[in-house]
Design a protein around this ligand. Structure first.
Ligand SMILES: Nc1ncnc2c1ncn2[C@@H]1O[C@H](COP(=O)(O)OP(=O)(O)OP(=O)(O)O)[C@@H](O)[C@H]1O
Length: 261
């Protein structure tokens, strides 16, 4: 039997010796498309970073694609689009070069891109709707387009598991639509998606399951449609950055956590 894409058992994750995420039980099967929701500081990013080996697993067990966290040999099987990150203009790299680096993650260091890799790079860039910008310096693109370049960089490795942190935050409407379309395609092709977001709205056609993180614990696990009326949460009046956590419902059919609070 194939191991799940992600399996956390009583997992605590944090920084130094301080646990931010505590006692999380979570299974994500291959091919699922999951939103990780929650208010600012609830621990969503820490959960994602723990799975990636970028935050410390302080207790319990975290398995990623069947291997203990950090032990996966083929690093390219996991794609990651980090939070609030655009491509720095300090290095005058082209779109093709930045996305080519993503392809190298699949090949391993010191390997050269062959024709098939170059075409995978071009395909990934076309998939995010920037096929006509391949030779352009990334610094000449808008913030939303740069986020799409980072998505293409992750896609170029053809990962089995794609983890994205706030991919639509601060992104223009055209880029959000392009992102939703490409994620729908990679999801249909079988890639497992885990998307950390305040606001699942733009991706609500793609993501089907939602996990809400509240004070480091999972407070909801079920259909995205049941998480909140708009699929992502409500804005508090006067505080556009803050969202209510999705409502906790006991009648959801799909429950894979023990919901300890
Ligand atoms: N590198 C770090 N070292 C120590 N504490 C950290 C670190 N990164 C985050 N934290 C703390 O962990 C807590 C949860 O942060 P996290 O980024 O996981 O939340 P989040 O739900 O993703 O929030 P946001 O939506 O604002 O990004 C916060 O209290 C934060 O201060």
């Amino acid at each position: 039997m194939t191991a799940p894409a992600l399996q956390l058992r009583d997992a605590s994750i944090g920084y130094g010796d301080v646990a931010i995420v505590r006692g999380v039980d979570l299974t994500v099967d291959h091919g699922e498309a999951v939103a990780v929701l929650g208010s600012n500081g609830s621990g969503k990013t820490t959960l994602a970073r723990g799975v990636l080996g970028l935050a410390t697993v302080l207790g319990g067990d975290v398995q990623v694609l069947g291997a203990p966290v950090g032990r996966l040999r083929e690093r390219g099987r996991i794609g990651y689009v980090p939070q609030r990150h655009t491509v720095s203009g300090a290095v005058p790299a082209t779109v093709r070069e930045v996305v080519g680096v993503g392809r190298l993650a699949r090949l391993g260091l010191f390997r050269r891109l062959r024709a098939a890799d170059r075409s995978a790079v071009a395909d990934a860039v076309a998939a995010v709707g920037l096929g006509d910008r391949l030779g352009d310096p990334v610094a000449s693109l808008s913030g939303g387009q740069q986020r799409r370049v980072l998505v293409a960089r992750a896609l170029a490795a053809e990962p089995e598991l794609l983890i994205m942190d706030e991919p639509t935050a601060g992104v223009d409407a055209a880029s959000q639509e392009a992102l939703a379309a490409v994620l729908a395609r990679v999801s249909a092709a079988g890639t497992t998606l885990v998307v950390v977001t305040h606001e699942a709205g733009p991706l609500s056609g793609v993501l089907t399951r939602a996990i809400a993180v509240d004070h480091g614990r999972i407070s909801y696990d079920g259909p995205l449609a049941g998480a909140a009326p708009d699929g992502g949460g409500h804005h508090h009046p006067g505080d556009p950055d803050r969202l209510e956590p999705p409502r906790y419902r006991q009648d959801q059919p799909r429950v894979t956590t023990d919901r300890r609070r």
